[in-house]
Design a protein around this ligand. Structure first.
Ligand code: URA
Length: 234
């Protein structure tokens, strides 16, 4: 099988993406960088590595997607396009987004078939940090920073866990870091202090930070280091 086809079949990316990866020297055959997409691999005997990962052993796939507004964080939907529609990889079976971003929220979304890692990242007991950039229809104050730290009543049984609010320029923009993942949590937190979120973008989740070189709607496989870091400090 051609090398580019093999990599596509292994879920590394679309045909054009894997050609780029090959040309950039990210693929090794039997320990040597190989830059010809048309090279015929011997799937039985060749040791094929992508970014240092031996593909024979990789049954899990991890993609970082820069989610644009307008897509549902779901695998399938009868009416709307989903984030999985943005992925041009085969096979797609078993891939799902880790957690949900609202349809109008942009930014970092991890897509994988690794259920165990997803469970660890989403478990409320793990308190994984999620950082968002937010724009508002009004102005924040230093008192809000303290209030977010103390916890807010968003209509749940308990107050929200301490959240870090970092005010930006005109105080109508901020970074907010939360450790929970309740439905519409960020929007509800600002709503509870009388403000409406006009734009929301996730910047990071645990150790994983959105690669700003990814255009909206673009994605790339996680590097081995990113996967390792997620597994270690979740
Ligand atoms: N909080 C929200 O309100 N919306 C999101 O998409 C993510 C967090």
């Amino acid at each position: 099988m051609r090398l580019d086809k093999y990599l596509t079949t292994m879920g590394i990316g679309s045909r054009s993406q894997v050609k780029e990866y090959i040309k950039k020297g990210k693929v090794k055959i039997n320990g040597e960088i190989l830059k010809e997409p048309e090279y015929h691999v011997d799937e039985e005997n060749d040791i094929i590595e992508f970014q240092g990962i031996n593909l024979e052993y990789s049954k899990f796939f991890y993609y970082m997607l820069h989610k644009p507004a307008g897509y549902l964080s779901a695998v399938k939907d009868d009416h709307c396009e989903t984030v999985l529609d943005l992925l041009d990889v085969t096979p797609k079976d078993g891939l799902f987004p880790v957690g949900r971003l609202d349809k109008d929220t942009e930014g970092l979304l991890l897509i994988t078939n690794d259920g165990a890692l997803s469970h660890e990242l989403l478990s409320p007991r793990k308190h994984v940090d999620k950082k968002y950039y937010v724009e508002l229809d009004g102005t924040l104050t230093q008192a809000d920073v303290e209030q977010f730290q103390l916890g807010l009543d968003i209509g749940e049984k308990n107050l929200t866990k301490p959240a870090k609010l970092e005010l930006l320029d005109d105080y109508q923009k901020a970074y907010i870091t939360i450790t929970e993942g309740k439905y519409h949590q960020v929007k509800r937190m600002f709503r509870s202090i009388g403000l409406t979120v006009t734009y929301l973008k996730r910047i990071s989740m645990g150790s994983l930070v959105l690669d700003e070189s990814l255009e909206k709607g673009a994605y790339r496989p996680l590097t081995e280091a990113e996967i390792e870091d997620l597994r270690c400090n979740k």
